[in-house]
Design a protein around this ligand. Structure first.
Ligand code: NZQ
Ligand code: ZN
Length: 389
């Protein structure tokens, strides 16, 4: 394994009833002004909003609401939230939702206290945070990004047509509350795309050096099998608590830095999907589903031993008389079959991308990962996008 330092500052509360049990106590540790941030209103339909408000009332908080955080949150929305937080002298930010709400809140937690422009100083290029962002707590309502236990925030700058993420440990939420029952109301389409995002985070980590025996890869294999098994179970029965709880913790484990320890990580597919998202506003997990098999058909020969392991240890493919290359390729095709089985798109056309979309411009705007088995060029990324159509 490569050398590493590990820290994770988020205190995580997991399980049925955890919001009712802990939120009043947790919010009580901060000042009286709480900004409750959420998305398009699902929390009002499924009862989560009422539960949260009851807890905050119990601990005597003044609540200011910030709603309408959209999927693929924009920098303009971050600035709007930061202004509201400043005006109301907010002591604690409470984000309720999925990755979009959590990411937007992390950026707000910085913009609300920073005098400069956070896009220029911390997203356009990596920066060093020499101030304390506003404290942030999160309540997760959909399993997917794993944003609850890291400092990552992916923001779209609409004017610049750039969607980019940075992971600042100072942006780790102070606390995260994960009640799997809150995910029961997630629409099937979103549950499936969120789960594919989990799988993608694990694959993007697994398919990178080192290839020799290492515990991070072995945890990743167990997590990938868990996502596949539990997603199938949750599709059959959306109220399956075991399946929902496993998916929720799989998501956190995929992105709480543990499986990345001692690894380089790839994330080239994420770089490509983020730019696809910046140009088309597509769903994150669905975009990844289109890209992964095509990208892997390009690189599996460069990471043959790992792709071989993937086929055998994740998909249970019997090596039979297959040589390494045939076996590795069978693993990639098993992934492509799974994507079709769970109803995710397999082409950009199915994803709803317009035929006139400027795929070359999208490809040229993608960041190139340094950790891939083979470093991409913008020409090859352009080929991949064309093949995805
Ligand atoms: O907005 P509301 O009405 O709440 O509805 C949301 C939204 O429409 C709905 N939803 C969430 N919980 C629900 C629910 N509907 C019913 N019942 C519930 N319990 O789900 C929809 C999607 O929510 P969103 O937060 O956009 O999804 P997701 O969690 O997939 O987040 C996607 C964003 O996170 C970024 C993505 O790029 C994208 O911008 N990512 C963040 C990462 C990170 N911070 O570490 C890593 C990821 O790779 C990813 O890039
Ligand atoms: Zn992702």
């Amino acid at each position: 394994m490569n050398n590493f330092i590990f820290e994770n500052a988020t205190k995580t509360y997991f399980g049925k009833g955890c919001v009712k049990e802990y939120l009043a106590f947790l919010s009580g540790q901060y000042g009286e002004n709480v900004m409750v941030a959420y998305g398009g209103g699902s929390i009002k339909k499924n009862g989560v909003y009422d539960q949260v408000m009851e807890c905050l009332k119990k601990s005597g908080k003044n609540v200011v609401e910030f709603s309408g955080i959209m999927a693929n949150p924009t920098y303009a929305k971050v600035l709007e939230g930061a202004k509201l937080a400043r005006e109301n002298k907010v002591d604690l930010l409470l984000g309720i939702g999925g990755g979009s709400v959590m990411d937007c809140c992390k950026a707000i937690s910085m913009a609300a206290v920073y005098d400069g422009d956070i896009w220029t100083d911390f997203w356009e290029r990596p920066g060093i945070i020499e101030f304390e962002p506003l404290p942030l707590g999160v309540i997760v309502t959909v399993a997917g990004t794993g944003s609850e236990m890291n400092g990552g925030a992916v923001i779209t700058n609409e004017t610049r047509k750039i969607k980019t993420g940075r992971d600042y440990p100072k942006c780790n939420p102070k606390f995260a509350l994960l009640d799997p029952e809150y995910t029961y109301s997630v629409p099937l389409k979103q549950m499936v795309s969120g789960s594919f995002d989990i799988l993608s985070h694990i694959m993007e980590t697994y398919f990178s050096l080192p290839d020799e025996d290492n515990v991070s890869d072995e945890i990743s294999e167990a997590l990938m099998r868990s996502v596949i098994r539990n997603l199938r179970a949750a599709i059959v029965n959306p109220l399956d608590y075991t399946a929902r709880s496993n998916l929720m913790w799989d998501a956190t484990m995929a992105e709480n830095r543990i499986i990345k320890l001692g690894k380089r990580t790839d994330f080239q597919c994420h770089q490509m999907e983020h730019q696809l998202g910046a140009y088309t506003d597509c769903n994150h997990g669905a975009g990844l589903a289109v890209l992964h098999p095509v990208y892997y058909r390009h690189i599996y020969r460069d990471g043959l031993s790992k792709f071989r392991k993937f086929a055998v240890n994740v998909w249970g493919i019997c090596p039979d008389q297959k040589n390494d290359e045939e076996l590795a390729r069978a693993g990639v095709e098993a992934l492509a079959d799974f994507i079709r089985e769970i109803g995710l798109p397999s082409s950009l056309r199915e994803l709803g991308v317009d035929e006139k979309a400027d795929l070359k411009a999208i490809a040229d705007s993608c960041a190139i990962s340094a950790g891939s088995y083979r470093k991409m060029t913008h020409e090859e990324i352009s080929e991949i996008f064309k093949e995805c159509f």
